[in-house]
Design a protein around this ligand. Structure first.
Ligand code: MRU
Length: 312
């Protein structure tokens, strides 16, 4: 099953807001629908956003206003604008050329995820590994297999995975809802833990490596990823546990010099104040909802891409 694909004359994507209860494929025929799907995280994760951006340019049929809106639908993941630009570079050659370019983005992502899985598994030392991860960096965040969770899948296929500790990832619970769903489907042993348990479990020696994805990697290696990643990096440094970022080259943004220049998406405070429609805090409580944080490059042991291993 592919998370996102082109089908006839529309984009088809798994609606991730409904998982794990229901696995429903959404057919998206207009840029407005695609932008709405991106904003409500029906499609999410940096590589999948790159493919959505590229396929969305086909839906835009050359309209610059729609292409600009799509490009800016979410600010932090570098891949969205990158995917839009890769397809839009062929606008003058006509729709078929744009579609071919968008399908190349999809196919390149599938190949990149496979390559990252192999490279990441080769890099990690040890026969039996206990991995900690945050958010969802699996097939649902890409087209197939994913980035950090793609490494987990490769480790599992090689018989080298003891267990994954998946952080639940408040407020939208990508870890609890999506990562556990994917790990169960691949038959990989896993347990769900509260986000705040991450650094403690690292300190206790329960983890051999932290593997995370990335939304944007600045030129100096500073890396934006789901909120909570920075706390894990600090905990991993203190515990002497490798902290490894797995992301395609398309997530590296040489135009952004450092993490300070990365735009962090602020999402609706309601996502903090409620869980699936149930209010948690007293009426009138204010909330802050940064969706990502930045891990400085000196806390990162290695960045694994589809082409290389970078050691900041
Ligand atoms: O807000 P989301 O769910 O789009 O955030 C996704 C993440 O933070 C992922 O870890 C990141 O995109 C890398 S996915 C391969």
């Amino acid at each position: 099953m592919r998370t996102i694909d082109w089908a006839g004359d529309a984009v088809e994507l798994v609606d991730q807001t409904l998982l794990p209860d229901r696995c429903v494929t959404l057919r998206v025929e207009t840029v407005a629908e695609l932008v709405a799907a991106i904003r409500r995280l029906a499609v999410r994760g940096a590589p999948a956003l790159g493919v959505a951006g590229a396929l969305g340019v086909v839906l835009a049929d050359g309209d610059p206003a729609q292409i600009a809106e799509l490009r800016a639908a979410r600010p932090t993941a570098a891949n969205l604008a990158w995917g839009v630009d890769r397809a839009a570079a062929h606008l003058r050659e006509g729709r078929e050329a744009v579609l071919r370019a968008a399908l190349r983005v999809r196919d390149d992502d599938i190949a990149a995820c496979r390559a990252m899985g192999e490279r990441g598994a080769d890099l990690l030392e040890g026969d039996r590994l206990r991995i900690m991860t945050v958010c969802n960096s699996g097939a649902l965040a890409a087209v197939e297999r994913g980035t950090a969770l793609g490494v987990v899948q490769t480790l599992h296929e090689r018989g080298r995975l003891t267990e994954v500790l998946a952080l639940e990832t408040r407020p939208l619970l990508q870890g609890a809802r999506l990562t556990t769903w994917e790990l169960a489907r691949m038959g990989a042993p896993h347990r769900l833990v509260a986000d705040s348990a991450g650094p403690y479990l690292l300190a206790k020696g329960e983890v051999d490596a932290v593997l995370i994805g990335a939304d944007r990697i600045a030129a100096n290696g500073d890396t934006a990823n789901k909120i909570g990643s920075y706390a894990l990096a600090l905990g991993a440094e203190r515990a002497g546990v490798p902290f490894i970022v797995v992301a395609p080259e398309s997530t590296i943004d040489p135009a952004t010099p450092t993490g300070d220049h990365i735009v962090i998406e602020d999402r609706d405070p309601e996502e903090i104040l409620t869980v699936r429609g149930v209010r948690l805090a007293p009426e009138g409580t204010q909330a802050l909802n940064p969706a990502f944080d930045v891990t400085p490059h000196d806390l990162i042991t290695a960045i694994v891409t589809d082409r290389r291993v970078i050691r900041p």
